[in-house]
Ligand binder design. Structure first.
Ligand code: FAS
Ligand code: PHB
Length: 405
């Protein structure tokens, strides 16, 4: 039968050829495909969900200055600069105190931009499709083959037909639960894992922000965060028990906890509104060392995850992509594999700095159910030290706004 080629007892209906096969159309996979295109390198992105699903998934909200600069430099900054909200600080509330982390005073003029991850994803997908980029949505049964050879390939199901993607490199950008990391043998990988005894319940709300800046609150009944997406949409989070499900949280209960945990200073009230989306995210720190196995490379959450308290997840994914884009460009343009060989080490230095900061912010701001009184006093002492010491605030601020690449 023409076009049907038997392979490993499976009928491959279609063979696709590209230079770089990318699994996952989140920020990491999409940005890598875009950056490679700018270097004249072809790629194919394989995504298990639909385009609508990927573009509507509510996740991160904060971009470090270095991420904004990179996105702008690669031609993805127009809507980001127009609609993104530049912030020059944020507030930490504890007890009945409030402490503002003033970026202008504490950093060398850096800030952050509040711009939803789904907006970043929409911008990159639009750019890729305009440039004729190949993104296959709703693929299934993705499997990775021959990553230790010079001719690796990916098999997958698309529209009910078996496909084979021949490529030079496979990049796993398929997140923590993806397939890529799992294809690296256990004896090659060292992984580092820390779970936390709570989760975050997040709500997207049709309401004007109740503050110009983000408010993180360590309250007697637990953590809460007031963030935003625009002048009319806010994003609020509350710490909740690890085994809670959405059904445990009525809108009334959510608002009651948000008011209790955030309204801890005088003359400030949280504006309510229609809840547009609710989700519960477990908290975890994870790092996979190595981020490479032969011609397979990992980037973003496929290699590392952080609790969102430090707003580092998406920014670390962008940082990995910057390193990998440089490395692949050097290989294709002058045959050098130096940057490919140092990719893992280069990424992991930045990853571990993000892991430490995310762990620090999580430890500082959450109520740990099993903490004894001594540990609770230590946390209070850290908050007072932060509030009283410029050096302590400088350390927090420089990590929050992020470091230059
Ligand atoms: P992503 O997980 O974004 O993308 C991976 C992509 O691969 C997905 O589209 C997935 O569908 C696809 N995929 C998976 N398996 C596949 C397969 N077998 N075949 C094909 N495709 C496959 N970070 C913050 O900074 N702040 C936050 O508030 C925040 N909230 C979050 C909430 C949730 C529920 C989650 C899961 C993460 C959150 N994060 C947050 C972290 C998040 O923003 C990540 O850091 C960011 O999405 C990383 O981007 P990627 O590495 O591209 O991974
Ligand atoms: C968000 O706006 O989604 C957000 C902001 C800061 C965080 C986590 C999430 O630390």
């Amino acid at each position: 039968m023409p076009g049907v080629i038997p392979l490993n007892n499976k009928k491959i209906s279609r063979i696709v050829q590209t230079q770089v096969g990318i699994i996952g159309a989140g920020p990491a996979g999409l940005l890598l495909s875009h950056v490679l295109h700018l270097h004249g390198i072809e790629s194919v992105v394989l995504e298990k969900h639909s385009k609508d699903y990927v573009e509507s998934r509510v996740r991160a909200g904060v971009l470090e200055q270095a991420s904004v600069t990179l996105l702008s430099e690669v031609g993805l900054g127009e809507r980001l600069q127009r609609e993104g909200m530049q912030h020059h600080g944020f507030e930490i509330r504890f007890g009945n105190r409030s402490h503002r982390i003033n970026f202008d005073e504490l950093t060398d003029g850096k800030g952050i931009t509040v711009y939803g991850q789904q907006e970043v994803v929409k911008d990159i997908i639009a750019a890729r499709l305009t440039a004729g980029g190949q993104i296959s949505f709703e693929v299934d049964k993705v499997s990775i083959h021959d990553q230790l050879s010079e001719e690796p390939f990916i098999e997958y199901l698309l529209a009910g037909e078996n496909h084979k993607l021949n490529c030079d490199f496979i990049i796993g950008c398929d997140g923590f639960h993806g397939v890529s990391r799992k294809t690296i043998p256990e004896d090659v990988i060292s992984s580092f894992d820390q779970s936390y005894p709570f989760a975050w319940l997040g709500v997207l709300v049709q309401a004007a922000p109740s503050s110009e800046e983000l408010i993180y609150s360590n309250s007697a009944t637990g953590f809460a965060l007031h963030s935003m997406r625009s002048r009319t949409v806010t994003r609020n989070y509350i710490q909740c028990p690890l085994d809670d499900v959405i059904e445990d949280w009525s809108n009334d209960r959510i608002w009651q906890e948000l008011h209790t945990r955030l309204e801890t200073v005088p003359d400030w009230a949280l504006t309510e509104g229609e809840i547009l989306e609710k989700s519960i995210t477990p908290m975890r720190s994870f790092v996979c060392e190595t981020m490479r196995h032969g011609r397979l490379f990992l980037a973003g959450d496929a290699a590392h995850i952080v609790p969102p308290t430090g707003a580092k997840g998406m920014n670390l994914a962008i940082s990995d992509v910057r390193f990998l884009g440089q490395a692949l460009s050097a290989w294709y343009q002058n045959g050098s594999d130096d940057l490919l060989n140092s990719y893992s080490a280069n990424c992991l230095r930045r990853v571990w700095r993000g892991e430490r900061f995310s762990w620090y912010m999580t430890s500082l701001l959450h109520k740990f159910p099993d903490d004894n009184q001594f540990q609770r006093r230590l946390q209070q002492a850290e908050l007072y030290y932060l509030s009283d010491s410029k050096a302590a605030s400088v350390a927090l601020a420089e990590n929050y706004v992020g470091f230059n690449f």
